[in-house]
Design a binder for this molecule. Structure first.
Ligand code: 13P
Ligand code: SF4
Length: 302
């Protein structure tokens, strides 16, 4: 195992590369990363790096966003086929229809989306800043794509606006059920329930805290409580435990696994650097169109 970490370090030096990893990739990949974080943190950090190559240990839309924000850099995806199914769950035709229906419409696009959807949107958001950004918009009518659960959560948090959620969903978070949370709660009655806003409304309703992966980790780390039930993807347990060795964290119903994130292996990180594979290319017109909503997000999310 140590040998592959050494190889990766050597390849990083050779190619002037830096490794970014999302909290959902396997623990051993997070261990080799220079920066680990949620989608917002990683997009922000990607714009501040001196390295000429960014290896993005995450799914397709993450590498694509990093490339859009840094067109002059080489962005490599260790597993380019590792896609987020939710990223495709909205359509150009529906966006057009909504723009015709509401004159003042703002199309707010969750970063978990294809470049095409971003290019048709007014501003991007992540789970860390969606509420704050929607609140700050001058528009009354908001079409929130693609995640219907995050969209409904934002609608509830910003009742002064007409937030119309899209119909997409994350299959990983959709699997979390009320019954499974209640079953873990029965075993650990003192535990607080921390969930991601991609979970369904009935899950958010029975939780003690709702936040992005970073927000969940920060909340647990700062809390005086000792036990937590975690309603998000299993990958967060690595940081949760590392930062809180004296606390206990329980998954729901055996835990949630994003199959695409788990395809990003240590070997694939090494191989993309070694063979310069998985390079992300974004058409220059699409890149320019996507840069606007992404840059607005970085500005508004500050
Ligand atoms: P965050 O990184 O915003 O917590 O979102 C989780 C997710 O589903 C990423 O794919
Ligand atoms: Fe997409 Fe869900 Fe996987 Fe995140 S956890 S990448 S939203 S499928």
């Amino acid at each position: 195992m140590n040998q592959i970490y050494e190889e990766i370090q050597e390849l990083k030096r050779e190619h002037n590369a830096v490794i970014l990893a999302h909290y959902y990739v396997p623990e051993e990949v997070q261990k080799c990363a220079d920066y680990i974080g949620d989608s917002f943190y990683l997009s922000k950090i990607a714009t501040t790096l001196d390295a000429s190559t960014i290896v993005f240990a995450g799914v397709t839309f993450m590498g694509e966003s990093a490339k859009i924000l840094n067109p002059e850099k080489n962005v490599l995806l260790p597993m380019p086929e590792a896609d987020c199914s939710m990223a495709h769950m909205a359509s150009a035709a529906k966006i057009k229809e909504m723009r015709e229906k509401y004159e003042d419409l703002a199309v707010v696009c969750y970063i978990n989306s294809t470049a095409e959807l971003k290019s048709l949107s007014d501003i991007c958001v992540t789970s860390a800043n969606a509420v704050k950004i929607v609140k700050s918009l001058p528009n009354h009518n908001i079409y929130f794509i693609p995640d219907g659960n995050l969209g409904s959560y934002v609608a509830e948090q910003v009742p002064e606006k007409n937030v119309i959620p899209g119909e997409g969903y994350c299959y990983v978070h959709k699997e979390v059920t009320k019954e499974s949370i209640e079953a873990v709660k029965k075993l650990h009655p003192e535990a607080e329930v921390l969930v991601h806003p991609e979970c369904r409304a009935e899950i958010l309703a029975v939780s003690d805290f709702i936040g992005s992966t970073s927000a969940i980790i920060n909340y647990a780390t700062e809390s005086p409580k000792k036990e937590f039930i975690i309603g998000t993807e299993n990958g967060v347990f690595y940081k949760l435990k590392e930062a809180n060795p004296d606390k206990s964290f329980y998954p729901v119903a055996g835990g949630q696994t994003c199959a695409s994130m788990k395809e990003v292996t240590l070997e694939r990180v090494r191989d993309c650097l070694k063979n310069h594979t998985g390079e992300v290319f974004v058409d220059s017109k699409v890149q320019e169109a996507c840069l606007i909503p992404l840059a607005r997000m970085l500005e508004a999310g500050k």
